[in-house]
Design a protein around this ligand. Sequence first.
Ligand code: ADP
Length: 472
Amino acid sequence: MKILFAAAEIFPFAKSGGLADIAYALPKALREEEEDIIVVTPLYRFIDKELYGIRPTGEHFVLGFGGQKYDVEIFTGGTEASKAVFVYNPVLCDRDHLYGPPGEGYEDNDLRFAIFSYAIVELARRHSFKLLHINDWHTALVPMLAHDAGVRVKTVFTIHNLAYQGIFESRCIKRCGIAKRHFNMEELEFFGRVNWMKGGIAHADIVTTVSPSYAVEIQKPEFGCGLDGFLRKHNDRLKGILNGIDTTLFDPATDSSIPVNYDLENIEPKQRCKRDFLKEAGFDMDKYEWPLFIFIGRFTEQKGIELITESASRLAEYPLMLAILGEGEREYRETLERVGEKYPNIKVWFGYDEELSHRMYAAADFLLMPSRFEPCGLNQMIAMRYGTIPVVHAVGGLRDTVHPVFSAAPACGLGFTFEKMDGDSFIEAVDEALSLYGKSSQMHRVREFDMKCDFSIKRCASRYLKLYRSLI
Ligand code: ADP
């Protein structure tokens, strides 16, 4: 099977969130199953070509659409674990950020990702790929463009986050060279504007979401972001496949970003990781015995940041420490800055820092993830791998991966969940976590249980493999 896997971000070259992790881990796991799979991504200006040995392949073509011509040059390179084909065009790639400065989008993102999408179709045509696996709105037009270009391929479209649909003003039709006939309610039209995600749902052979619960939730108005009716209409092609993590990349036994390694047989060094991190973060070392909670993620409405900020004064009165790492919308940044200044037991870091995030997963006792909605979520799986117990809003992929500690039939993994998205329910879950922390042997058992859970991408890969085979 010859598969082209396309994503706008792939770890370690460019990453803003979980999409990059999956675009790294899934093809790698599929390759281990000996599948012939090539990943393709834009060669953004900020990708270190030297570091990753990225070189031109000599392949070069011109894309013509919307009355313009766009030169495309193909590169290849990467790491042993993550080899990729890179598409270079200056409009697409010569930017300081992936999609725009924090919390904003570039005005011409439609044109940028149209160039990427046409390039994917052209690569499929030239190299006779049998199947295209495309991800999120950035590549959602590919099935339709491939069909229009007469390129016969099967397509799998994965929705990693329905909240980002790629919605543009109608002028995008002309600028992106989209045939006018597609601008209708059954394909791209969305309240007078153009919706790329809708195009992907209408034209792909199979649409997947990143967890089974999310596949069900997005068919309801509460989580459907305006597309619930459209998704219900197409639900015979909609399937939820739970994401997983690369257990080599996230492994406390070998992780070189953490001060000391540990594993199930020897969890004790996790305490050293905690001590070192508390020192690094400037927490009061007398409070070492207190549990350490962490939050890592984008500062957006999705992640339920306001539950943390609105509960900050209550959290500050508890015998706990809270470390927050993330970047995102200005409003949240400003509020969090004030919270960090006001309460000595809450520390906040702004920015994206992969190594710091690993030190935090290793150091922490609990992970907070009060997401309003969560397509899958990787943080909770990473946390459990590091023996850090999640406290989550029971929604989407969090519902599929975190089960109440004191449930009658424990399933992988265990943590604290709350059903209602409000401060009291959130604080109740934190209270429960604190009470577990007070019972050290039980706490230890839950830690061990979570570390044993299999959230590896391998399980996810075998499901995708089955899906690919059913199509070809
Ligand atoms: P998202 O909705 O952002 O895709 P996921 O839970 O699916 O959320 O994936 C988030 C990934 O990004 C995890 O690997 C997490 O550790 C990482 N991450 C998020 N924010 C940061 C940050 N500020 N610094 C380092 N890593 C981060």
